[in-house]
Ligand binder design. Sequence first.
Ligand SMILES: Nc1ncnc2c1ncn2[C@@H]1O[C@H](COP(=O)(O)OP(=O)(O)OP(=O)(O)O)[C@@H](O)[C@H]1O
Length: 242
Amino acid sequence: MLMIADLVKTFPQPGGGELTVLDIPRFEMAAGEQVALIGQSGGGKTTLLHLIAGMLSATSGSIRIDNMELTRLSEQGRDRFRASKIGYVFQTFNLLPAFSALENVKLGMSFGAGKVDVQRAMRLLDKVGLADRASYRPKQLSVGQQQRVAIARALAGRPTLLLADEPTANVDPASSDSVLNLIIQSCRAENIGLLMVTHSMDVASRFKRVERLEEINRAIGPSLISQDATEVSQDTAEPNAS
Ligand SMILES: Nc1ncnc2c1ncn2[C@@H]1O[C@H](COP(=O)(O)OP(=O)(O)OP(=O)(O)O)[C@@H](O)[C@H]1O
């Protein structure tokens, strides 16, 4: 389902030069597989998730998801691809504040090819225990509830792959377990692949497969590879949520 080969990502540095953050010869995930990704701070875990989601463009190499080569798509093509194939759960939820819980979940569908299925959106809210909060805005919800809405939104478009970047980092320990169970069980039930970044060994221990980024990434302790690059790419912009 996911095949990465010879993937390199460099970033222009403020003082000139390029920083190679990722250099991954090979990384694969089977359909429906669940993987925890751990590694040192600044090692490139979020960058890898952003590349797989098509929020960033690769410097070189290949990322294939369901046999679609992501690196050959335009930025718009990657946006469309993400909308139909990828769910993303952020550490900070990224819900739209002016919209209700239900509207936020529906947004997870309207970006994709499928039409908005209000019943599925309500079923998802029910599944995350928030059917009675459908009309609440994010600020009227607790932090754990907001993350559960974000999970419902990420699942709404029936993605092939769910990317989760430390989804329990900002929720209290009691909600953290329920958020984690919700993600793991929902992905299993719908055969959605799951790649979850975590710093917590407790969280990682819930996964059969745990990958340490340092072991798949040759750019360990990112190194400066050239001093003459002056071009500032669009990648320095904050990626959009979807
Ligand atoms: N847009 C950017 N421009 C320049 N450098 C960047 C950019 N985004 C990330 N980096 C650099 O890439 C490296 C990896 O960052 P990334 O956020 O992927 O790490 P991480 O493993 O997710 O870290 P953490 O566990 O602390 O969240 C860092 O050194 C960071 O400074």
